[in-house]
Design a binder for this molecule. Structure first.
Ligand SMILES: Nc1ncnc2c1ncn2[C@@H]1O[C@H](COP(=O)(O)OP(=O)(O)O)[C@@H](O)[C@H]1O
Ligand SMILES: [Mg+2]
Length: 236
């Protein structure tokens, strides 16, 4: 397994957000994590990227225990997160934002190569290369956040609600790109409220409810699970 969460708990002060989560992501997979607002999806991502310390359990990545590793060192090891709500740098150009994603890297030729790869995935960003991030549309900022996360050349890409706030046509497009990134060799953990899209694109998936994993299976299994349909897919 590329990523293994073993019995992870995490609290914000007195608020216990995760209660003993077990989750794995194998090399080459797209794994989806679905759940309602407040279930603990983003918290799970923060635990993995190291933005919040866990109170219990272990996180293994690529054969190493990273439970207590600093967030920036996890990026160097190959974990990269595209945060919820975009979090791009509005005053920097598109190219500068992408450069920021490569801050842990030194080999110029490889960075340029990855920049071209990102522009290949998102031609819109290429067209707006010199424009400041803050002037992009919501969808374009979302693309920029994903592109920036790719610039660290991650083994594992953590995507927190990449479809949030996008128009229906762009939602299809962003999920197509997620699959394309995966086919180019990057393992993906995808957090989504758009369960329909996430489950139909993922190899495997987990359902999170108030900080606990309540169900897991292949994307197709969960897509056809009556309880999942009822709770998350808006069909009885
Ligand atoms: N910075 C924080 N401080 C206190 N509580 C938080 C913080 N972030 C999230 N929470 C709480 O943790 C729980 C899980 O939140 P979150 O992981 O953001 O859920 P999701 O991403 O699934 O919507 C919620 O009850 C939320 O209110
Ligand atoms: Mg969230």
């Amino acid at each position: 397994m590329l990523l293994e969460l073993d019995n992870i708990s995490l609290a914000y002060g007195r608020i216990q957000a995760l209660h003993g989560i077990n989750l794995t992501v194998g090399e080459g997979e797209i794994v989806a994590l679905i759940g309602a607002n407040g279930a603990g999806k983003s918290t799970t991502m923060r635990a993995i990227s190291g933005l919040r310390p866990v109170s219990q359990g272990t996180i293994k990545f690529d054969g190493q225990d990273i439970t207590k590793m600093r967030a920036d060192l996890r990026v160097v090891r190959g974990v990269s997160q595209s945060p919820e709500g975009r979090g791009i740098f509005p005053g920097m150009t598109v190219r500068e934002n992408l450069e920021m994603g490569a801050y842990t890297r030194r080999v110029r030729a490889e960075i340029d190569e990855d920049m071209e790869r990102v522009f290949g995935l998102f031609p819109r960003l290429k067209e707006r290369e010199k424009q400041s991030g803050g002037t992009l549309s919501g969808g374009e900022q979302q693309m920029l956040a994903v592109g920036r996360a790719l610039m660290s050349r991650p083994k594992l890409l953590l995507l927190d609600e990449p479809s949030m706030g996008l128009a229906p046509m762009l939602i299809q497009q962003i999920f197509d790109i997620v699959v394309e990134i995966n086919q180019q060799g990057t393992t993906i953990l995808l957090v989504e409220q758009n369960a329909q899209q996430a489950l139909s694109r993922a190899h495997r998936a987990y359902v999170l409810e108030t900080g606990r994993i309540v169900k897991e299976g292949t994307g197709a299994e969960l897509l056809h699970d009556p309880a999942v349909k009822d709770a998350y897919l808006g069909v009885a």
